[in-house]
Design a protein around this ligand. Structure first.
Ligand code: PMP
Length: 441
């Protein structure tokens, strides 16, 4: 029997002749066995690797690790959902409870949002047809950017095709090798990659530790600008940056501040306005806000918000605006409508936080290590990679899909499950999941 709210469509495949790889995949993906996304590749992979001169030894080693994880039965990554994401999903017709979704407010499947996406496709088509600077801009982009600026309390905003691109756009265009980025040691990979790709010198301060940041600020830095970078709500640990202290330090040392609000938009602050609102600090104290349209906003895309000068510069100086396709109409309209829903349905945020408080306190009572979490992102720290992978697999066997996060995404011996609480999870759902956690402990 399918539970309410699950729109699985496993029947849709019937009558279709699968390729051998698809057939193997679908056979293996039933009865609480994770789908194997690789078809028959690993039957003869050693031979294929040996004869592939494109991949070097280090790259081949990665494939070996994938095979080892698969052989241990721990490969629960890349599970392909039959239909929409939600609290309950189906994998090849089998129902699972999803515990690692970024859809914090449960807006995937929201009828009005879907309607606006469909209308956008009807009016503007399925693609934008160009890059933003040239022929890819349409009225939907202008409306969204205006609303984003208004909502975040900034002067202007610009959108990109992902949050990753937004971080890359800022750091690669605005900063150069004479400047210095001081980044929180738990910053997201997109910011690290952006620093590296931009050739931007960067140093890490201890996670959420203003003293450690100040030590770096005090050290002599010749020449250019200093940019402090942190996250509104940390993606791996679920804690909140110390914004007040960051603002005070940037002022004291004449530095600038960039905050990645990928996870905090929609979750923190009044109506989900973000971390500045959460601390009752003016958003103008943050020089650069970046974020994603793929988490509480149920679309894909990214944005930068800040002063008008910053945004006009990015429109003419950042490569992803000039050389990468504009956000598509469906995603753009989705994001605009989601920002409205943030404000008209505040009960979603209330439920998200009530669920979070309930779930994390029950986990802690049962002896689980939830690290630094104070938000709907809840790490369950298990230690070794194997511990995290095997716990994830045991959960899978009991019908729960929860993402393991292992080294190098987190430090060694800090491997974990990364759980995300959402507003679409009901109390009995959370109770059932907690019972499973207790049984497995
Ligand atoms: N910043 C943070 C903190 C993130 O967690 C992510 C994605 N998980 C991104 C940026 C990138 O966002 P996107 O998925 O829109 O590229």
């Amino acid at each position: 029997m399918k539970s309410q709210g699950v729109r699985g469509d496993s029947e849709g495949k019937k009558g279709k002749t699968d390729s051998p790889a698809e057939k193997k995949n679908s056979l293996q993906g039933t009865d609480k066995t994770p789908q194997d996304p690789f078809g028959d590749f690993f039957d003869d992979y050693a031979n294929k690797l040996q004869h592939n001169p494109l991949l070097n030894d280090r790259q081949k080693q990665k494939i070996e690790v994938v095979n080892k994880t698969r052989n241990s039965g721990f490969y629960t990554f890349q599970q392909a959902f039959d239909a929409k994401s939600g609290a309950l999903i189906t994998l090849n017709g089998t129902e699972y409870k999803l515990l690692s979704s970024y859809d914090y407010l449960g807006l995937i499947g929201h009828k009005e949002i879907e309607k606006s996406a469909v209308e956008a496709i009807n009016k503007f088509g399925t693609g934008s047809g160009g890059v933003r600077l040239l022929t890819g801009t349409n009225k939907l982009h202008l409306e969204l950017e205006n609303d984003l600026a208004h909502f975040t309390g900034t002067e202007a905003a610009v959108t990109y095709s992902s949050g990753y691109h937004a971080n890359l756009a800022v750091l690669s265009s605005l900063m150069d090798s004479k400047d210095l980025a001081l980044i929180d040691s738990k910053i997201h990979q997109s910011t690290l990659d952006a620093c590296k790709l931009a050739g931007l010198p960067h140093r890490r301060f201890e996670h959420n530790n203003p003293n450690s940041l100040e030590d770096l600020l005090k050290q002599h830095h010749s020449g250019g600008r200093v940019l402090i970078i942190s996250e509104g709500m940390f993606s791996m640990d679920g804690d909140i940056c110390k914004l007040k202290e960051l603002v005070a330090l940037k002022k004291k040392y004449g530095a600038f501040l960039m905050i990645d609000e990928a996870h905090s938009l929609g979750v923190l602050g009044e109506n989900g306005k973000g971390v500045a609102s959460h601390f009752n600090i003016s958003p103008h104290e943050i020089d650069i806000i970046t974020g994603s349209l793929s988490k509480a906003i149920p679309a894909s895309g990214g944005y930068v918000a800040g002063s008008r000068e910053l945004i006009i510069f990015l429109q003419h100086g950042s490569s992803p605006f000039i050389f990468s396709a504009a956000l598509g109409p469906a995603a753009t309209a989705t994001a605009t409508m989601a920002l409205k829903v943030f404000q008209t349905e505040p009960e979603r945020r209330k439920k998200l936080w009530a669920n979070t408080q309930f779930f994390v306190s029950e986990l802690q009572k049962s002896g689980f290590d939830t690290g630094l979490s104070s938000t709907p992102i809840i790490p369950v720290i298990l230690g070794s990679d194997e511990a995290a992978l095997s716990f994830s697999r045991k959960l899978f066997d009991r019908g729960v899909l929860a993402t393991p996060v292992i080294f190098p995404a987190v430090p060694k011996q800090q491997s974990r499950l990364r759980l995300c609480i959402t507003a679409s999870q009901e109390k009995p759902f959370l109770q059932e999941v907690l019972d499973i956690f207790r049984q497995l402990r």
